[in-house]
Design a protein around this ligand. Structure first.
Ligand code: TYM
Length: 324
């Protein structure tokens, strides 16, 4: 069984990235052949248009993942563009992709509906993502809920290729955690860099505390009992709490007579403490960029072997290479 996932290098990871995806990467790692994780720099090119910044963000993403517990002895970590086979498979898939399927995809649709310019890269984004998944014969793809539609597209494209050219691709499945499928941001909307509502994993404690104290809450009086479900501050607190702590907090909400400020203070304490070891590891890794680059180089060599094998299979199936 192979687990695979990717994350874009677009700046520092936020809690949504961590609790929706990265934590799953860490839990699912086991041996380097069974877990492939990559930094999706080709996808990031649709938003990061500064070459030096993209290079810096790519290295930062690798450092972040290692600091959060990704272990190169138990998983393969690499940069997407270091496996050029993926771009070739992307073309093979693009040729059979109905335009209508991509027109319905939310990343493109959202940008268009907000009147923002979009390019062919953004439009075809889900197809590159399908190539990322299919080229490693991936079985399981740990992601947050926002990627579900893309995984459905991937499954559609794999099924249609297999139907047309014969069994070629393994059919992947998404793995989404119930309680952190859609982590809310400070305003209650989905936490996302493009909404400017993030809380970052490696934020300095003092800044993080301030940002947490500014989380939007309603203005009901202290005495009024409140329902914890659906309250984004409660959801954020639950990310760090044990089951017991969460139940106690839920009871406090229902009883009323407390202020949101207290919850925020507890949340800030828990978050600062939770990420302290990773912050320390990050500082240490930052001083050894060569070692991080080495990990990425070794990871790419390993991933490329698998990618070349699957690409060849697809090329033979659709007739751009002679049958082996
Ligand atoms: P990206 O970089 O936007 O996000 C990385 C991961 O973080 C998850 N995530 C969230 N989960 C819960 N709540 C949130 N608020 C939240 N925000 C982000 C995302 O679901 C994702 O799992 N297209 C992908 C990168 C990619 C990829 C792939 C993923 C490229 N190729 C192949 C899987 C397989 C993306 O933009 O993720």
């Amino acid at each position: 069984m192979r687990v695979l996932s990717g994350i874009q290098p677009t700046g520092r990871f936020h809690w949504g990235n961590h609790f929706g995806a990265v934590r799953q990467y860490i839990d699912l790692q086991g041996d380097p052949d069974g877990a492939f994780y990559f930094i999706a720099n080709l996808h990031a090119l649709t938003t990061v248009r500064d070459a030096n910044l993209l290079r810096q963000y790519t290295l930062d993403a690798a450092i972040d993942l290692l600091a959060l517990g990704l272990d190169p002895d138990r998983a393969t970590l690499f940069v997407q563009s270091d496996v050029p086979e993926v771009s070739e498979l992307c073309w093979l898939l693009l040729t059979g992709t109905p335009m209508g399927l991509l027109e319905r995809c939310h990343a493109y649709k959202d940008k268009k509906s907000r009147g923002l310019g979009s390019d062919a890269g953004l439009f075809n984004y889900p197809v590159l993502m399908a190539a990322d998944i299919l080229i490693y014969d991936s079985d399981l793809v740990p992601v947050g809920e926002d990627q579900m539609q893309h995984i459905e597209v991937c499954r559609d494209l794999a099924a249609s290729f297999n139907h047309h050219f014969g069994e070629t691709f393994v059919m992947p499945k998404a793995k989404i955690l119930d309680h952190s499928a859609r982590v809310p941001g400070v305003d209650g909307e989905k936490m996302s860099k493009s909404y400017g509502n993030t809380l970052d994993v490696f934020e300095a404690p003092a800044t993080l505390r301030k940002q947490i104290m500014r989380i939007k809450t309603d203005s009901r009086p202290m005495e009024e009992p409140k329902e914890p479900e659906g309250d984004h501050l409660f959801q954020l607190y639950s990310l760090f709490a044990t089951d017991l702590q969460r139940d106690e907090m839920a009871a406090l909400y229902r009883r009323g007579g407390f202020g949101y400020g207290e919850v925020k203070k507890k949340l800030a304490e828990a978050a600062v403490e939770h990420f302290a070891p990773a912050r320390e590891r990050r500082t240490e890794l930052e001083s050894r960029p060569e070692q991080v680059r080495q990990v990425l180089g070794d990871g790419a060599s390993h991933a490329r072997k698998k990618a070349a094998e699957v690409l060849r299979r697809a090329q033979e199936a659709c007739g751009v290479k002679p049958r082996g």
